[in-house]
Design a protein around this ligand. Structure first.
Ligand code: FAD
Length: 328
């Protein structure tokens, strides 16, 4: 890319349960800095929460930090995003392309009177800087489309595919949070988060952000302890095929694929997964694919970088033992 924008890019920098910036938030800052020298991070929290994450956001490339003390639910988040985009004169807004991020993108774009697009990667400025383009995998990953969102008017809101950017670590700005007053709309304030209880299945990293994902399919025959025995030493998130979710072996939120979530890990390991296109459309962003399946004709082996034809009950314990041996 030969040129960058003069106007800033606004990034919704989500925090995790421990109050740290999510991996996706840090990646969004890298995406923003590839488009503009000014990357504004918006944190949903008070000044103290924002101060605590200022160094991490600065290292990842943020050049300004806004703090809006509103709940992180999608409605209030969208109100804050729209207010921040207007206040900062942002050229565009980036959010993470997960369920919540997509809802925020749609809501914020309506508030701003702008465009929204989701699951985009490889963002670039068009010639003349009057449009921002991004690519997206569609039709079960068999096509890549390029979309262009007009710049120069109300800021378009773009949900960026997690894993599409490497977080940077060379930012040098010293950030002092600036409080942004946001009055949530009545319909946003009407929804209150009463309780939040993370399921046991979701223990470990977020599926959509994880660097390593281990997926259990029908072939594990309900034994998700076997899947976790490999996921835990790898620091991996646990996912599932639709069949495994339909069987009630794991929560629906773990479903990867066309009607589940898309993942973009560096390493995907499928255990007892056949590789149906409805599933593999959700792993198109994976860099390395490993499959363990007892059917040598299973389609997963057509896209796998490494494959083991065998019984998961025999192969997985050997993988776990070898990992332990390598780590001494
Ligand atoms: C509209 C639509 C949307 C869909 N959306 C999704 C989606 O989002 N995500 C999704 O995953 N699916 C989705 N599906 C379902 C999809 O088409 C497949 O049916 C599903 O992905 C298959 O799951 P599986 O690989 O676990 O099961 P199977 O296809 O049954 O494969 C199981 C594999 O495990 C092997 N196996 C059995 N025992 C062992 C063992 N002991 N050790 C090793 N291997 C073993 C078998 O040989 C087989 O290859 C969708 C379907 C439709 C029609």
């Amino acid at each position: 890319m030969s040129h960058t924008l003069d106007a800033p890019i606004l990034v919704l920098a989500d925090l995790d349960d421990a109050g740290h910036p999510t991996g996706a938030a840090l990646e969004l800052l890298a995406a923003a800095r590839s488009l503009s020298p000014q990357a504004i991070a918006l944190v949903l929290g008070d000044a103290a929460a924002a101060s605590a994450v200022a160094p991490a956001l600065a290292t990842a490339g943020a050049t300004r930090l806004l703090a809006a003390a509103v709940p992180a639910l999608a409605g209030c988040a969208a109100d804050a995003v729209a207010a921040a985009a207007r206040a900062a004169g942002a050229a565009a807004v980036l959010v993470a392309s997960d369920y919540r991020g997509k809802e925020i993108a749609g809501r914020a774009a309506v508030l701003l009177g702008s465009a929204a697009s989701s699951d985009l990667a490889d963002l670039r400025l068009g010639e003349g800087g009057d449009a921002l383009t991004g690519t997206k995998l569609v039709l079960s990953g068999s096509w890549t489309t390029t979309s262009a969102l007009a710049l120069g008017g109300p800021a378009p809101v773009i949900a960026v595919r997690p894993g599409a950017y490497e977080a940077a670590a060379d930012g040098i700005a010293e950030l002092t949070p600036e409080a942004l007053e946001v009055a949530p709309a009545a319909e946003s304030a009407a929804v209150e988060l009463v309780e939040s209880d993370r399921s046991a299945a979701a223990a470990g990293p977020e599926l959509t952000e994880a660097r390593v994902v281990v997926v259990g399919g029908r072939g594990i025959d309900g034994d998700f302890d076997l899947v976790r025995s490999l996921a835990e030493p790898l620091g991996a998130a646990v996912g599932a095929t639709r069949v495994a979710c339909d069987e009630g072996w794991i929560e629906r939120s773990a479903q990867v694929g066309q009607t589940g979530v898309s993942v973009s890990p560096r390493l995907y390991i499928g255990l007892g997964v056949s590789g149906a296109v409805h599933h593999t459309s959700g792993i198109q962003g994976a860099q390395t694919i490993v499959a363990v399946c007892d059917d040598s004709e299973a389609p997963i082996f057509e896209m796998a970088d490494f494959g083991v034809v065998g019984d998961v009950g025999e192969v997985v314990p050997q993988m776990v033992a070898e990992l332990a041996r390598l780590r001494g």
